[in-house]
Write a protein that binds this ligand. Structure first.
Ligand SMILES: [Zn+2]
Length: 499
């Protein structure tokens, strides 16, 4: 076929041309579909709107955009499959119903729109249809499944879908990233997990995300959902090839906890990224186990045990009083660490003592107290002031040192450090403290703060109000003072560390 001499072009150029064609096809393709406005109720005679227009999923648009390309020749077909299937999101069908008369041929939607009074009936659609069909397609056509690189499973939290998720993933031989319900860590057995991780394969799984949500009571009560096979503790389950672990979202049903992370840490020796956020069931103990096992490879640590219903950070947990681990030292000993956002029980100047660290960008530390004051019975005020002052100076010195290196080389980013302690935000580089000082103003007889400067930061963190519309009173609550003035106020007892 003479037209296919285009295939003699270097693959990158051919790929760019086809991607451009797919983009144009997507603009001209169908971007909307039909759904039902409300389900039929058993007793009421509610007039039901038959259909409503809604957007088509991006993945479907992408699939449609390469339909013609896919049918041209084998090279183009392979390119089209990789383009359309590289990332897949599988969602539980939400309404369990669809309008029978709507054609499944999206290109005929325009004709359907011309019908003034569409007739038809509701039909029940199995909620797990997308998962079933994908699982069947991949097992029947492994050459299609090998194009999938990343896959997300959303809404499949019951035991009956577990095996289909494992089967689907296992067919994707080039998969490097998967996001699955946390319940699979409980109900999957050692074989399921060994196959999912593929530690001895030439294409092992590189990124694992465990997503938690609160599930309905009736699902919690079902005995088949309550199974825990403790797979991460099994000797055949090997996390050593995993580079990225993310645990996200709060749940009260068999949540991921410190024990799980400690079990994973036995073999997870090559993690480059750890993200633990928006949940309250993992404390600093689980995180430390992972940091210790992947100390040499870690580049990113994000530990923000935030509750899902707001921006309140939960207690980060505590180490045993007899523990010999000093988290500040442990973090400075990670040779490749670059990005850090962490909730720690305590923090001290030791965290910034190593000027050879490669930390860059925004570093946020949320802490309850200072290491030097931990487990002391009678903490005197002068000790508090000295410890805090040393910590802020050390952070400032490290930031300045990094800024100097930033001038010296283009690739090094400067480091900006923020502490969240005692309901205040400390920004050492600018020498300022942001907080609500209204009580301190009363106890100091208006001596502190000396002048009133409203803060642009706020009770919801360093980004201020996170888009929340605050009243004038709430805005005026947060003020900014100089670090030295704050330390003097602390020495005078007008402000204090909460220990
Ligand atoms: Zn410390």
């Amino acid at each position: 076929m003479p037209g296919l001499m285009i295939n003699d072009l270097p693959y990158e150029i051919l790929s760019n041309i086809l991607a451009e064609a797919a983009k144009l096809n997507a603009v001209e393709g169908v971007t909307w579909t039909f759904g039902l406005t409300e389900p039929e109720l058993p007793h009421g005679k509610i007039p039901i709107h038959k259909y409503v227009r809604g957007p088509v999923q991006n993945e479907i648009i992408k699939w449609d955009s390469v339909t013609d390309i896919r049918q041209t020749c084998s090279v183009w077909r392979n390119w089209a499959l990789s383009h359309a299937l590289e990332q897949i999101h599988l969602n539980k069908w939400r309404t369990s119903e669809r309008w029978a008369e709507v054609t499944r041929d999206r290109s005929a939607y325009n004709i359907y729109e011309l019908i003034d009074r569409p007739s038809g009936a509701y039909v029940r659609q199995p909620p797990y249809l997308s998962l079933d069909k994908t699982c069947r397609l991949f097992s029947d056509h492994r050459e299609i499944a090998r194009h999938v690189r990343r896959i997300w499973f959303n809404g499949f939290y019951v035991a009956e879908t577990d095996q289909r998720i494992f089967d689907t993933v296992n067919e994707c031989s080039n998969l490097h990233s998967v996001a699955i319900p946390w319940t699979m860590l409980r109900r999957g057995n050692a074989d399921d997990w060994a196959r999912l991780l593929r530690a001895n394969d030439k294409n092992p799984l590189q990124s694992l995300e465990l997503l938690g949500v609160e599930i309905p009571q009736d699902q919690k009560k079902r005995s088949e959902n309550q199974v825990d096979k403790r797979a991460p503790r099994h000797h055949r389950v090997d996390f050593s090839q995993l580079k990225r672990l993310k645990v996200f979202g709060n749940t009260t049903f068999m949540p991921v906890c410190d024990d799980d992370l400690q079990a994973i840490a036995r073999t997870a020796t090559g993690l480059e990224e750890i993200h633990i956020s928006c949940l309250s069931t993992i404390s600093i103990k689980g995180l430390i186990a992972l940091i210790q096992s992947s100390r040499n490879t870690l580049r990113v640590i994000e530990h923000a045990p935030r509750s899902s219903d707001g921006f309140i950070h939960c207690h980060p947990g505590e180490l045993e009083p007899d523990s010999s681990i000093h988290l500040c030292e442990l973090l400075t000993s990670c040779p490749n660490l670059r990005d850090l956002s962490l909730s720690m029980p305590t923090v001290c100047a030791e965290l910034f003592s190593n000027h050879r660290v490669k930390w860059s960008g925004e570093l946020q530390v949320r802490a309850l107290s200072l290491c030097t004051l931990q487990h002391k019975r009678n903490v005197n005020r002068r000790d508090q002031v000295n410890s805090l002052s040393k910590l802020l100076s050390a952070a400032r010195d490290l930031s300045r040192g990094t800024a100097y290196r930033h001038c010296a080389s283009d690739y090094q980013q400067s480091l900006s450090i923020e502490f969240f302690m005692s309901h205040s935000i400390f920004t050492p580089l600018s020498g300022t403290v942001h907080g609500d000082f209204s009580l301190a103003r009363i106890s100091s007889n208006n001596l502190f703060p000396r002048e009133q400067h409203f803060s642009f930061k706020g009770p919801y963190g360093s980004s201020g109000v996170y888009g929340k519309q605050l009243t004038d009173e709430e805005i005026e609550l947060w003020e900014v003072v100089g670090e030295q003035e704050y330390l003097v106020a602390m020495d005078s007892g007008w402000v204090s560390m909460d220990i």
